[in-house]
Ligand binder design. Sequence first.
Ligand SMILES: [Zn+2]
Length: 596
Amino acid sequence: MKILRTLTLCLCLSALGASAQSFKPYRVLLVISSQWKDPASFLVTGGGEFQTLVTMFKSWGVPFDILRLDQVVLDPGQFADFHGNPRYGAILWDAGSDAHLSADGSAVIREAVEEKHISLIALGDHMQQPEIQRLLGLRYLSTHMHSAHATVTGESFVLRGLGPDLHTKGPELTAKQRVQVEVAGATVLATAGGMPQVTERDLGSDTRALWIGGDTDQMLLYQPVRSALRRAVTEAIGYSLVKTWTNKIVLTMDDMGNAQNAWLEHWHYPALSQEQIRQYMIEPLKRHHAVLSLNIVPGFVDSAQRRIVPTWRQQFTDEFGVKQDYVSTKNGLDEGIAEGVFEIESHGWTHMQPDLSSPPGPWWNAPLYDERAEVGWYREFYDVRRDREIPAAEQKFRMRQSREWIQAEFGIEPLEFSTGGNGVSRSWANNTWRIAAEAGYGYYGGYLGKDLAVEGRADSNADFGGSDDVPLLLPALPDGHDRGVVHNPEGFAKVFDLYPDRDFIGMDEYIGYQHAVIETAPAPGPFKISVTYDSHYCRALAAKGSEWNLELSDWLRSRVQGRRIKIDGKDGQTVGRESSVAHFAPGAGTHTIEIH
Ligand SMILES: [Zn+2]
């Protein structure tokens, strides 16, 4: 994971005559109470708005830290660097009423916001601590059920362009909680049934206290509310550098190389040939400039030898009398990789039980109608046949083997991990997401990294996949497996009719953006954001180039209007609109944007 080169995004604020305080660090502190179920602060699980926030912030690329008040005492050092300068541009307050602020804790927050000029954003009824209410300019009254939608009441940066009704582009729900507040200094931007629901308070020329009301269990299911939150981050900090995913699809297909198709009666079919792969997959993908992420299996069960052998060298007639030619499949995969339409990802090592010998087995050499017909043997990361978890060390070994064997065959290090048949272990010790993150994978239904792992749905999509915030992770037609293409080869390309005018990006690109390291130089001094791509997680962006949106709030834009934006040191567009696209040429390392 060495850094090859560094690209920098730099708003040279000293040249603008602005004070150091005017330009905030690009980093958000997410403050929660007891929502993080993992006492070890690594696995993000259990759903709820906390998991949604982590997913969105990773997907947008907004840098953040998490402060959990169930374990950590508030301390001024959390908000300031060694020199006493603010560490964050904004605090996102998501601490529920179970978090009580002591007098000292309240003083820490007051100082962070009022003296360090760190803006504040609060969500739903997670704003009941008296100091938070005071800073927001609100008085909390109560929360009761009410079906009213939040509607925009006037012009503001935060809600601009989101339409009058903020509860659209999401589920039709009427049973929801409405937070009831009284205004005590804030400006109302949206109401719900006459009650304030989105508010903003100026705490100085560059500091804002924003509240986005709603039912925290539901509010983030609505696109306009998620957009409002993203725009609130921009308003709070003055700027943001974000990624959005409108019309982007990540197409995935499981199973090439799995042993089920040769041994499991109800999942039996001949492996795809090079010809089939070329005609029915590579050609349509090329025509639509699309990429397909293939979760493949590099290890195959050899019954004669009772060991795992390389899948892509097997040619035999199986016991159903069907010719299996994995060499031909491999040639098809190589062709698709060379054409740039296939990405190779990990579907485990074998798609099989690690223990194929003990009772109720052995699976080895059992008759086709006996144990070989049991699907439980064909699951690798949860022992479905014996209904027990796979121990952590065993999983780790198999994740490593998968990577090594895929590298040996294709020269590609897989970044996505996906288990066979969604067989996963979920206890902390054996948690498949945690182990995959530690093994260096970057995504499995949710972000996986060295900092944390999101236990996403094993079938992949967040609730809002296919929105501006998260790409649509779509199992390839006809059935998300190579099996579907065998039975209905023409079915594969129908996805391009079903989703016209979409951009079929690869999983590696999505992983790259989630792992980009975005940093600003410490204040005071020229404001600088660097966007750094490592050669592991971010290799797709290093290879293809990348694009981010530079968003400017009205209040910051008025100060830098007419200045030139420099990208990687090259003169570019003039600051004018609130949003501009920063395109980085290929190259790992650090890229920069400056405004001179
Ligand atoms: Zn599978």
